[in-house]
Design a protein around this ligand. Structure first.
Ligand code: B12
Ligand code: SF4
Length: 467
């Protein structure tokens, strides 16, 4: 059936891009990370608008109830959604509501979940079109004439992120309460403790080449050239002129890769950026050990202030189970190096860089001694924001697929988006982990630590993050 696109009162079809996330996260969020904006949505809307295909924006995060979502989607011919596994339940419900409200309307979906869990989405009638993979080169044709496409579309991406237009951040949803608006700095983003506001989030690379079994995103995100250093700096300068930038969050899965790109960053960022804004970005312990001088130069010359490292575990047994390709020794090398550089910088009156240390607990096969070693490793760090999560078997990852196939995953389509202390895998003793985080095993954790390290109070339970 050919759809009827022309509206009586206006010549254009009414299109809505629906931003997905938990209800209320842009009204009264539970924490800072719920407020990050979606670069996929921002990029695709920018491309559409640059091509004259206008869309309105609504967000489930800006609604408090499903009734409000119902009102927000009412009267549209088309809705577009970026569906990730953790937003799948919300996307599913929103799509059904959209269909109830607009029986002739069309639902266009894409995003990570479409790529990694196609079967699940195919079962849902409300999803009219499902685009797998990158959408930047297909979105315009798809929105212009969806009927020309089959239900499942294989998206095509740019060869390099240099081809992406500068995203128009004013196309992002706005904070939806007076209280939140005050400190949000829209269309930049709010402070979350890593650097002064307003915060500019950017993405310079899309794929991490490693293959950790709980993640391995290079198995489902096609390779793509990194955004050139100059373009990144130009965009930050533009944002600073327009809105004023306080600090930067580089949302790359793996910032500390491609030494030649990083060398150019060291050379140009301090010279060409309007200000050497402090930033948050991610690395790996083994490459810190491989390129210590590069790491040190980034910290000292480019103001890499918060270093997110996926340590994941302090035990070689578990690191091997995860195919992390990092060892306990690599982890301790990176920690000693940052401890030393931090001391030096503080002695010079500068702000010392800090770890954002990602740790996973409850990995199938992990023993209590392995978990004590992870906690011990965190206490060994002098300056750290611990970010601890119970392992979550997401589809897309090798271990996730395996546990789902074995019927051991407790994450279902109704609860993909789990809360920090939820139970995610059958057979894992979560009570043990709750006790561990509550400090019940402090004696075991402290074994081998110096008196100073033992005294370090790490609020482990508060460090538990959504995963
Ligand atoms: C930045 C980021 C975050 C940020 C911000 C998230 C946000 N609000 O956008 C933060 C730090 C908050 C975050 C948190 C989490 N994240 Co995250 N995150 C990312 C990251 C690194 C980049 C996302 C991004 O912007 N990509 C760039 C844009 C352009 O790509 P995109 O959004 O996918 O959109 C493209 C396509 O999907 C497609 N597309 C999208 N929508 C549509 C719609 C239509 C109609 C069409 C045609 C096409 C299309 O076209 C776009 C352009 O190519 C990705 C990894 C990655 N490299 O993508 C992980 C990733 C999305 N996160 C993931 C996960 C698991 C999480 C967490 C659960 C914990 C964790 N392990 O990190 C939490 C949960 C957050 C929550 N619920 O509160 C997984 C999702 C796995 C899955 N199966 O869905 C990823 C893939 C990382 C991974 N390898 O595990 N994350
Ligand atoms: S966990 Fe980190 S290092 Fe491993 S594949 Fe994912 S992004 Fe890369």
């Amino acid at each position: 059936m050919k759809r009827f696109w022309i509206k009586a009162d206006d010549n254009r079809p009414k299109r809505l891009f629906l931003d997905l996330g938990d209800l209320g996260d842009l009204v009264n969020p539970a924490g800072p990370h719920e407020q990050w904006q979606d670069h996929g949505l921002g990029l695709l809307r920018t491309i559409l608008h640059n091509n004259g295909l206008m869309t309105d924006i609504a967000s489930t995060r800006a609604c408090r109830t499903w009734d409000e979502v119902r009102k927000a989607v009412r009267g549209y011919d088309m809705v577009l959604m970026n569906v990730r596994s953790y937003t799948y339940p919300v996307g599913l419900r929103a799509a059904r509501i959209f269909k109830e409200e607009n029986p002739n309307g069309i639902v266009l979906t894409g995003g990570m979940h479409a790529t990694v869990s196609l079967d699940e989405m195919l079962e849902i009638e409300a999803f009219d079109k499902i685009c797998q993979g990158p959408g930047e080169n297909v979105i315009v044709d798809l929105v212009r004439d969806p009927d020309a496409f089959p239900r499942v579309i294989l998206g095509t991406g740019a060869k390099s992120m240099a081809e992406w237009p500068v995203m128009d951040r004013e196309l992002w949803p706005k904070p939806a309460s007076r209280k939140l608006k005050k400190n949000f700095h829209w269309p930049l983003e709010p402070e979350c403790g890593w650097g002064p506001p307003p915060v500019a989030t950017i993405i310079t690379s899309r794929v991490c080449p490693w293959q950790c079994v709980f993640c391995n995103e290079n198995s489902y995100i096609p390779n793509m050239g990194r955004r050139p250093v100059e373009m990144v700096i130009d965009e930050l300068n533009y944002l600073d002129r327009k809105y004023g930038v306080g600090s930067v969050v580089i949302h790359d899965s793996m910032f500390f890769q491609n030494p030649s790109w990083l060398e150019e960053w060291i050379e140009k960022y301090p010279r060409k950026a309007r200000k050497v804004w402090p930033y948050w970005a991610a690395g790996r312990a083994d490459t810190v050990r491989q390129w210590p001088d590069l790491f040190e130069a980034l910290l000292k010359e480019t103001n890499w202030r918060t270093i997110s490292i996926g340590f994941e575990s302090g035990s070689d047994r578990v690191l091997q189970l995860l195919n992390k390709e990092c060892t306990e020794e690599d982890n301790y090398f990176a920690i000693d190096l940052l401890n030393k550089i931090g001391d030096e910088m503080e002695a010079e009156g500068k702000v010392a860089p800090t770890f954002w240390s990602n740790i996973m607990l409850g990995i199938p096969g992990e023993t209590p001694e392995d978990a004590f070693k992870s906690m011990r490793m965190v206490k060994y760090m002098k300056r750290v924001f611990p970010s601890i999560a119970f392992y979550a078997p997401y589809p897309g990852s090798a271990l996730g697929y395996q546990l789902i196939a074995e019927g051991k995953s407790l994450m279902t389509k109704d609860n993909y988006h789990r809360f920090p202390d939820d139970e995610k895998v059958k057979g894992v003793d979560y009570q043990f982990y709750r006790d561990l985080l509550a400090g019940k095993y402090e004696h075991e954790v402290n074994k081998g630590l110096s008196e100073l390290q033992r005294q370090r109070k790490v609020a482990f339970a508060e460090a538990l993050t959504k995963a």
